[in-house]
Design a protein around this ligand. Structure first.
Ligand code: ZN
Length: 674
């Protein structure tokens, strides 16, 4: 097997390296969620870290990686003898593919064999394989909610439970969880975000020299992996040693009460919900102190920990910018700084050039990690508040209010108001799309509504009562004389389940002058934003077609990123004539392409207009091209005299009509409800 790319050789990405190292030092930090664009070597660096983890002793032959010193008493391969033979092996790195089934994740009991052969066979899943190692989930935001729940439960409890019809199995599953996601492709729900210990934003460096160094090293590695690894062996060994020392020292790091109060004050200051943030910050601060060779947690440890532990826990809209307000962080730290230094022998502050950066090479010096050097005086470590920051100048945290937004610069860009709850719009009938929260759908999740002879190669799941019923009539012909049931393969039945599917919600928005004054367009934008937010919560794909002036444009091609949709909406200009037919024709084009790309995902068309076509082609013909698509027309007509054009359009589309005002009448306080 080729050597993995050395951790020390990774250029930049200081926060990510530091977050991974803190998790390697302390298992209580709770994993890392890596957010960022594609092509930032996220998986390379995770693999590199796994190679840095100390080897583990395992009971020979145990598929659940029991520690010979302390085997899992419930191990399905156990019980192990106290003197069971052990073997050393590298900490595992397991990748969970996005399309994995529940069985693949938690393991499976072979019910088919159990029923037909009477054998109890449990096939361990990926959680068992990852025990005492690293579990890596690329694109965790695309994983089905149900799997994310299972995954995070196991990560939190350190135990994997497998429940099947009549059998339950449990085994230990403790691992360092690393998830990555590209926020452009859709967000994780806040309650799932909260369950990752730390988050890091990564983006490839924009610094040409650094980029060149990345490429140079990649070339060198690809040309001669062995030689490259050998070149970095000393740095890697030093890093592994430092991790091991920090692990050993972890238990003796002191977290003074004054520092703990500082942590809780910072968490409260950022308005995080619950206490998980405080716990994770405390664990991360202790781990960072151990990593820096300190035996007492300092302000710098708290600062680093808060910067990594809090960004995803702030109470926020899904459309807020990521990251943490570092100025506020420093203010909070200043306000809660204990009066007397706790450890006069070790004055606080950077003792180490990479104190606030990561392990390994700092961006400025691509030539090596130089961890213990301590020469380059505090590069970038003091970018926080100046030492003697004047006290009692509380500045308002975060930009308050946006009554006069930057939108005022452009005449014809209406602002967007606060989103509100909208009624659930559903696609008619039962689909077979990906699991979600909108329309009825058949899939692997949901409640059982019947049973059938397996349609695939084998049963995806077994419906036990239906299987027994299928076997019952044949017991005598099959020669049954005593009690035991005689089952054959052809008796097996699988459940038919019905749940909810996600859809493609395509918005077709009239941004023409006929939509009236700016205030009206604000109401329209707010309604569309509310519908977008609803789509986000229901795991839909969304797309946005806008028509105004001479033609229609696809402002947002179908995507799972609702943020992108919200951003397009904010800057959407209005005015001009109303080419309604072009809007509908463009929508039909988008749906045709999407049907090829994602055939099982059923569309829901939401046309937001007053229905008044003032230019362009034949609306009747354009509407005919959308026959069979479940549609809703949001009627934006206002004023004392109404033409009812939106109703006419709805008739042509076979659509339901919702007056714009009816959307807004609903609960305005989304936060209160959630
Ligand atoms: Zn075992």
């Amino acid at each position: 097997m080729n050597p993995t790319y050395p951790f020390s050789a990774v250029v930049g990405l200081a926060d990510l390296k530091l977050a991974l190292v803190l998790n390697a030092v302390s298992s209580r930090v709770g994993g890392v969620l890596v957010r960022g664009e594609k092509g930032t070597a996220k998986s390379t660096i995770v693999r590199a870290l796994a190679a840095q983890l100390p080897q583990v002793a395992v009971v020979a032959g145990c598929r659940f990686h029991c520690d010979p010193g302390a085997p899992d008493p419930g191990c399905p391969d156990g019980p192990h003898e106290p003197d069971a033979a052990g073997a050393m092996r590298a900490a595992s790195l397991v990748e969970l593919p996005v399309g994995a089934s529940e069985d693949r994740l938690v393991g499976s009991l072979d019910l088919e064999r159990a029923l037909t052969e009477g054998v109890k066979a449990f096939e361990p899943g990926l959680l068992a394989a990852a025990h005492r190692g690293v579990l890596y989930v690329d694109e965790v935001n695309l994983l089905h909610d149900h799997l994310v729940d299972l995954l995070l439960d196991a990560a939190a409890l350190g135990v994997c439970y497998v429940e099947r019809e009549t059998v339950s199995i449990r085994h230990a599953a403790r691992f360092l969880l690393v998830g990555t996601m590209n926020p452009e492709e859709g967000e994780l729900r806040p309650q799932l975000l909260d369950r990752f210990g730390l988050t890091v934003e990564v983006r490839a460096t924009r610094e040409p020299d650094e980029r060149a160094e990345v490429v140079r090293r990649r070339f060198a590695f690809d040309a001669d992996p062995e030689g490259f690894a050998a070149h970095w062996a000393a740095e890697e060994a030093a890093l592994a040693g430092r991790i091991a020392r920090a692990r050993a020292a972890l238990g003796s790091v002191r977290l003074p009460d004054s520092r703990l109060r500082q942590i809780t004050a910072v968490c409260a200051g950022f308005e995080v919900d619950g206490l998980r943030a405080d716990l994770v910050t405390a664990h991360a601060a202790v781990a960072h102190a151990a990593w820096q060779g300190r035996d007492v947690v300092t302000r710098e440890d708290v600062r680093v920990a808060a910067r990594l532990a809090l960004p995803h826990r702030r109470r926020r809209d899904p459309f807020d910018a990521p990251g943490l307000d570092e100025r506020l962080l420093d203010e909070l730290l200043d306000q809660t700084e204990p009066a007397a230094p706790e450890d006069p022998e070790h004055p606080e502050g950077p003792e180490d050039p990479d104190d606030s950066g990561g392990p390994g090479s700092s961006p400025g010096r691509p030539e090596g990690p130089g961890d213990s050097g301590g020469s380059g005086a505090g590069t970038g470590a003091g970018d926080g508040a100046p030492e003697g920051a004047p006290e009692g100048t509380p500045s308002a945290p975060e930009g308050s209010g946006s009554a006069t937004g930057p939108d005022d610069r452009t005449q014809d860009v209406a602002a967007v108001g606060a989103p509100f709850r909208v009624p659930v719009l559903k696609v008619a009938g039962v689909g077979a799309g990906v699991a979600g929260r909108r329309s009825s759908g058949r899939g692997r999740q949901g409640r059982t509504i019947g049973a059938r002879v397996p349609t695939g190669a084998g049963p995806a799941a077994i419906d036990l009562p239906a299987t027994l019923l299928a076997a019952a009539p044949y017991q005598l012909p099959r020669g049954r004389r005593g009690p035991g049931l005689i089952l054959k393969r052809e008796d097996l039945r699988e459940p038919i389940r019905e749940g909810r599917e996600g859809n493609l919600v395509l918005f077709v928005v009239d941004a023409s002058g006929s939509m009236g004054a700016r205030r009206r367009m604000t109401a329209v934008k707010t309604a569309v934003l509310s519908l977008l937010l609803d789509a986000y919560q229901r795991r839909d794909k969304v797309g946005l077609v806008v028509f105004r002036g001479a033609d229609a444009t696809v402002a947002l091609p179908p995507t799972s990123s609702v943020e992108a949709g919200a951003a397009r909406l904010r800057t959407l200009p209005t005015g001009g004539r109303t080419p309604l037919a072009e809007g509908l024709a463009t929508a039909a084009d988008v749906l045709r392409v999407e049907r090829l790309r994602d055939p099982d995902r059923r569309p829901l068309l939401v046309v937001v207009t007053d229905g008044r076509a003032t230019s362009g082609g034949d609306v009747t013909r354009a509407a005919a091209a959308l026959a069979g698509v479940t549609s809703v027309v949001v009627d934006c007509e206002s004023g004392p005299v109404r033409l009812g054009m939106a109703h006419a359009l709805a008739l042509r589309l076979g659509a339901r009509v919702l007056p714009l005002e009816s959307l807004g009448d609903l609960v305005r306080d989304r936060r209160k409800a959630s």
